[in-house]
Design a protein around this ligand. Sequence first.
Ligand code: PLP
Length: 389
Amino acid sequence: MKLSERMTRLGTESAFKVLAQAQALEAKGMDVIHLEIGEPDFITPKNVCDAATKALGEGYTHYCNSQGIAPLRAEIAKEMEKTRGVSVDPERVIVTPGAKPIVFYSILALLEKGDEAIYPDPLYPIYESMINFTGAKAVPIPLREELDFRFDVDELKSKVTPRTKLIIVNSPHNPTGGMLEKDDIRFIADIAREYNITVLSDEVYEDIIYEGEHYSIASLPSMLDRTILLSGFSKTYAMTGWRLGYAVMPPELIEPVVRLIVNSVSCTPPFIQHAGIEALNGPQDSVSKMVNEFKKRRDLIVEGLNQIPGISCLRPKGAFYVFPNIKKLGVDCERLADYLLNEAGVATLPGTHFGKYGKGHLRLSYATSLENIKKALERISTIVAKIAA
Ligand SMILES: Cc1ncc(COP(=O)(O)O)c(C=O)c1O
């Protein structure tokens, strides 16, 4: 069978591949600590599960509005007003099965050969995969470790050309846990206005923040009309398996993106959307409990990694990842990740799976218990001592 040429340009997300490798080792009896997959290990709050069950019982089990059911879109619009101070018409809201399809649909709707898209590197790999898929030019802007994994503003400006159509922003950031500052966001907004560029602002980790505040580019003057604001329920409410995400988009993008939904999944299951309404409206204490727990884990993993000779690790302000620098170990990050998995039963991801500027790093997700983190640190320390010997 000969596949289409475009398939050669579509990348992937290696966390799922490493998860499968780790599970294969577990099936052979190995004890593996999972630091590879990016999902909260908490259970979805009970009130949200109950809302889904109730909706199933009430018969919300059929096709529904492809753009998302009206009451959920109204809740999301209210949430935008509450969290970002922007007044959003629910007609600008689109609900999808997970937040990931928003990246897929909006990039497909916007970009083509001849266009350029700027994105942070290291990055959530789906951005680059999708830009390449459309035939547009992928233009990485390096996130600098010495800037707490932020970008250099002059460097960003130097990447803008008359063909730049899209800038992708992701804060808090996967894979580094870094956060952009208000001035960084303002700078991007100024560029977007001056050069008439659309911004895809991936804010899926907006509620998982330990220091500082979340700034949404959409709340800056006139930015709502040029921003695709992506967020969702997967991370905030530990709902990764439910597949529920959303975006607020400029009106011109709504019809084409809904058309892509109709051509692919038709709609997002309505009983899941009812659970989403409860997640937004119900008590939020599970979110703060989860974030407090993540903070303890972050502190433990950052301190532990910094005590291992040859490894240095910044203290991230958000999300649930660390991105330690392993360059002084003198071993390639892909080899180290392989070695850690196969010899020590610690599943991590090499930084290069998040773009070329991830070289010399590992990504560790600390969405696992303090006990597992302690065990993982001991195992990493033993392997590093072996490498040094
Ligand atoms: C930066 C970023 N954006 C989007 C997503 C997609 O989220 P969802 O699971 O809701 O599709 C992820 C998931 O890991 C992510 O890390």
